[in-house]
Design a protein around this ligand. Structure first.
Ligand SMILES: [Zn+2]
Length: 114
């Protein structure tokens, strides 16, 4: 049975949304003239860029980067393969962690320092 890529893509996008909305909560108060004029979108982007620099924990940054990478791989058609051994990653694993870049076996080896 082929992987349900659309479903995984949705999961990735949702996960990304979740991370980004956490950022909004953590974002420092806007510094200047936000709310003036009709540039809400620009302001929001700016606030986000600022938050990204200031408030993302290392782990969140890593996950966000992995999500972006996974989405890019989907576009390239290389999504779902282990970066270490090249074998397809278990669909069940991808459903649990759609941004996984390693198969379970390699992940375990790395965790054990092998
Ligand atoms: Zn592997």
């Amino acid at each position: 049975m082929p992987m349900d890529l659309e479903r995984l893509r949705r999961q990735l996008l949702e996960e990304r949304e979740k991370l980004l909305s956490q950022l909004e909560h953590k974002a420092p108060p806007p510094q200047s003239n936000i709310g003036l004029g009709n540039h809400m979108a620009d302001d929001a982007t700016e606030a986000f860029e600022q938050a990204k620099r200031v408030s993302l924990t290392r782990r969140e940054q890593e996950i966000l980067a992995k999500i972006e990478k996974a989405l890019k791989k989907m576009d390239e058609g290389t999504y779902g393969y282990c970066e270490r051994c090249g074998e397809p990653i278990d669909y069940a694993r991808l459903k649990a962690i759609p941004y996984a870049t390693l198969c379970l076996r390699c992940q375990k080896k790395i965790e054990q320092g092998m």
